[in-house]
Design a protein around this ligand. Structure first.
Ligand SMILES: Cc1cc2nc3c(=O)[nH]c(=O)nc-3n(C[C@H](O)[C@H](O)[C@H](O)COP(=O)(O)OP(=O)(O)OC[C@H]3O[C@@H](n4cnc5c(N)ncnc54)[C@H](O)[C@@H]3O)c2cc1C
Length: 418
């Protein structure tokens, strides 16, 4: 029987350990925290957005950090396979807006508990409060791990230590050092899926205001570098929400480029309308409220709190009567409604990011098996690898799929080459 050590009991490690145990290996799962799946417990605001019902092409497209590397893993274990497995393990799921899949109970803890129950049921052994400090390698092959307590020998080791964000959950980047020490390269580590700080101080007046069905564009060098449609929110320092988090990846990449200059974030508050259509719509409102002052005539178009900001940004006078406004002033208003501009100041810290962009370079791992090309018997899974996706369940699916594939190949060897 193969002896397999899994380092880290997050999404990737739990899946890897459970599958390796199911496949008959003697599995030791080592977790440095006092419980398993601490980060999993806070995913999806405590509801755990497990995966998405999108087709695999969308998973790849929504994984800006090395999506193509995951293709082979998804061909072996995709979202459908995951849902079948969860059903088999008696976890009921439901689909929500945007194809997001959650446990029917809305409880991330149920997902975590399910893994524990199934892993133990297959005879796996769990060590809590124990941190792996070294990988033992001899003549290019893994031999085991050394922890703060003991040395363990194994035929294969699956490294699933996660990234650098939310360090209180145990994801403190240990895996990068463990891998670096045995010769692997680590790419630049940056926050991804993180709020954005802006130079404008007026954002704090709008703190908590959420905008739905808007389009946000990242503009640099007079070019749109990325745009997204959906929901965003103002904070005391800038902006956050699903489309902001996703576009933070684009901003992070731009920041690495030389001479990129300043970066702007443009909000189109009325993306469903062309400029001409919006102008017609504004004219209708202007007719209706012709005797009112501008500050009191925009309530059908905009949330109340946004009205003074738009008027100021369009350099208009809120006390001016609408029937006295010029065509040029109306155009300025229409333009601002579709180009409300914020100047980028910085990305939020990596500790507050949903995922880490960067990690152990995937060039040194075989996509079909998740085995290291440098060290035989060493496998990587989850966020410790240079993989990061958008929100929507894509990061957890990446962790589950890579964990599954690593376990299958660690137990059975390179199945395709037998
Ligand atoms: C607030 C928040 C919400 C999120 N919501 C979602 C969501 O709804 N859907 C989604 O798809 N993604 C979500 N994500 C992203 C997702 O949680 C991660 O991408 C995913 O958890 C990565 O899984 P992992 O197993 O690779 O790493 P982790 O879940 O970080 O697990 C790594 C584990 O390894 C352990 N470890 C680290 N070093 C050692 C060591 N030296 N020895 C032993 N153990 C060690 C850690 O303690 C940890 O338990 C969210 C992230 C955050 C922060």
């Amino acid at each position: 029987m193969k002896r397999i050590i899994v380092v880290g009991a997050g999404a990737a490690g739990l899946m890897a350990a459970t599958i390796a145990a199911r496949e008959g290996a003697v599995v030791t799962l080592i977790e440095k925290m006092n419980m398993i799946g601490k980060k999993m417990g806070i995913t999806g605001k405590g509801r755990c957005n497990i995966t998405n019902n999108a087709p695999i092409e969308d998973f790849i497209a929504r994984t800006p950090g090395n999506g193509k590397f995951l293709l082979s893993a998804y061909q072996q274990f995709d979202n459908r396979d995951l849902l079948d497995l969860l059903t088999h393990w008696k976890l009921k799921t439901k689909v929500e807006r945007g194809g997001r899949i959650f446990p029917e109970s809305d409880s991330a803890l149920e997902v975590r508990d399910m893994f524990m129950r199934v892993f133990k049921g297959y005879g796996g052994t769990l060590h809590l409060n124990e941190a792996v400090e070294h990988l033992i390698v001899d003549e290019g092959a893994i031999k085991g791990v050394k922890t703060n307590r003991e040395t363990y020998y194994a035929d294969a080791v699956i490294l699933a230590t996660g990234g650098l964000s939310y360090p209180l959950t145990g994801s403190t980047g240990d895996g990068y050092e463990l891998a670096r020490a045995v010769g692997h390269k680590i790419t630049d580590l940056r926050p991804s899926l993180v709020p954005i700080e802006t130079k404008e101080s007026w954002v704090k007046d709008l703190m908590g205001l959420s905008l739905r069905n808007v389009e946000l564009s990242v503009v640099a060098k007079n070019k749109v570098q990325g745009k997204m449609f959906g929901e965003m929110m103002f904070t005391h320092f800038g902006i956050t929400g699903p489309i902001v988090l996703s576009l933070s990846h684009t901003v992070g990449k731009l920041m690495k480029k030389k001479n990129i200059g300043s970066i702007e974030l443009q909000i189109n508050l009325k993306p469903a309308l062309s400029q001409e259509q919006l102008d017609v719509r504004v004219q209708k409102d202007f007719q209706l409220y012709s005797k009112k002052q501008l500050g009191n005539g925009l309530k059908d178009l905009l949330p109340q709190r946004l009205i003074p900001v738009i008027i100021k940004e369009a350099q208009l006078d809120e006390s001016k009567f609408i029937n006295q406004m010029s065509r040029e002033e109306r155009f300025r208003l229409v333009h601002t409604l579709q180009h409300l501009t914020l100047n980028f100041k910085s990305l939020g810290p990596i500790a507050e990011a949903i995922v880490t962009s960067g990690g152990i370079t995937v060039k040194e791992f075989t996509p079909r098996t998740m085995e290291s090309k440098l060290i035989k018997g060493l496998y990587g899974a989850g966020e410790v690898l240079d993989i990061d996706a958008f929100t929507g369940g894509y990061n957890l699916q990446a962790a589950f799929s890579t964990g599954y594939v690593a376990a299958m190949h660690a137990v059975h060897g390179d199945l395709d080459n037998k």
